[in-house]
Write a protein that binds this ligand. Structure first.
Ligand code: GMT
Length: 376
């Protein structure tokens, strides 16, 4: 099959998922064409089965805002026509599903019928999409997609609650490549066979307000009062400075390392013991799943889809996003003995295995076939 994938090219989970999916589809014998305004960060080797098409958006003095949807829909028409694409898969509704619908209409005028699969990722529904400025267009473009998928049961419920959706929404969870994490764990053990004398606590995100970064720092502050520990913060974003300042205020800067964005989280996480994700909203929480695949126990909020992956009392604990005291207490209890920590870590890894790429990619292949059948 020839599949065109539209996504955000940045470090956000939706772009990461779209890229991992596309690269895996190539391994399954498909031809994949990525379309974005920049090469996706995790997209490595391009070849005759794996292509990237850049959307150019020319500026003009009249434009206060560049018309990205126009440029994207034009690019979609060109890529579909020039490469005989079978299916168009757009990740994140805004504005991708809208631009895809316009492209579909333009192609129809040229007697080309292409199905659209839209995958909803979270903020396109829960934070941005339901704003009155966007809601009508988002509802329209979801309803006009041939197939709609989303990444968790919780996101499906939120979408049906907040929008008038006439289509069935299929849940296809995000995934990890468990082999990649197992190989990395072996390498880490080999490079550093003696366990560190302190606990390693970690957090990975885009440091947006929804990630509740201040609570990551506060939970760690409580942990280090009782136990020997270090905090590793991975990622870049608007609240990074806030976190750095809070560490300084609390006098713990010497225990906290800010590593910036990383393309190899499995390498950064392999020595970690506990992962913190107290987000106020999280449709899935890919970062938590990546931690679990690295055999790391998780303390997260109970927001959105997080309880679907972080099983309370087994892989870690879930709590209200603002309950710093309880999250700190539970974190310390997980770390209280080697036996308890190993138990949580092993269960986290076993749960992560349920989301292995080998189980999820066939669900997308079936979805593409269904989409093709639906337009026959
Ligand atoms: O979390 C973000 O701010 C980025 C956003 C994105 O679009 O990349 O993440 C969303 O999609 C991820 C991949 O499906 C999910 O793992 C995240 O939970 C979801 N973020 C939120 O719902 C806040």
């Amino acid at each position: 099959m020839k599949i065109a994938i539209v996504c955000y090219p940045t470090f956000g989970g939706s772009g990461v998922m779209a890229t991992e999916l596309g690269m895996s589809l190539v391994n399954h014998g498909h031809e994949v064409h990525f379309i974005a305004y920049k090469k996706p960060v995790r997209l490595t080797d391009l070849n005759n089965k794996l292509h990237f098409h850049k959307v150019n958006v020319p500026d003009y003095p009249l434009f206060s805002f560049v018309p990205y949807e126009l440029a994207l829909s034009t690019k979609l028409v060109d890529v579909v026509k020039n490469n005989s694409i079978d299916v168009l898969h757009v990740h994140y509704a805004i504005p991708h599903a809208y631009a895809a619908y316009m492209a579909k209409k333009m192609l129809k005028e040229q007697s080309i019928n292409i199905p659209i699969v839209t995958t909803l990722h979270g903020t396109d529904i829960t934070l941005v999409g339901n704003h009155p400025s966007y809601k009508t267009a988002v509802t329209f473009s979801i309803n006009k997609s041939d197939i709609v998928t989303c990444v968790s049961q919780s996101l499906k419920e939120d979408t049906l609650d907040q929008f008038e959706i006439k289509k069935d929404i299929k849940v296809i969870p995000n995934f990890i490549d468990i082999n990649k994490y197992m190989v990395q764990q072996d390498l880490c053990l080999h490079e550093n066979p003696i366990p560190a004398k302190e606990f390693i606590i970690s957090h990975v995100s885009n440091f947006r307000p929804v990630k509740n970064i201040a609570n990551v720092v506060k939970i760690f502050y409580n942990i280090q009062k009782k136990l020997n520990a270090k905090l590793i913060m991975i990622g870049e974003g608007p609240d990074k400075l806030l976190a750095e300042n809070l560490c300084q205020e609390l006098g713990i800067s010497h225990l906290v390392k800010f590593l910036g964005n990383s393309n190899q989280v499995e390498k950064n996480l392999c020595h970690s013991d506990l992962f913190l994700l107290p987000s106020s909203a999280e449709s899935f929480g890919l970062a938590a799943l990546e931690a679990m695949a690295s055999k790391v126990a998780v303390i997260s909020s109970d927001s959105g889809g997080l309880p679907e992956i972080n099983i309370n009392g087994e892989t870690g604990y879930v709590e209200n996003f603002d309950n710093v005291d309880e999250m700190s207490r539970k974190a310390i209890s997980i770390l209280s003995s080697k036996e308890s920590l190993d138990n949580f870590k092993n269960k986290a890894f076993l749960k992560a295995k349920e989301f292995d790429i080998s189980k999820i990619v066939p669900l997308y292949e079936k979805t593409y076939q269904d989409a093709l059948d639906s337009i026959k």
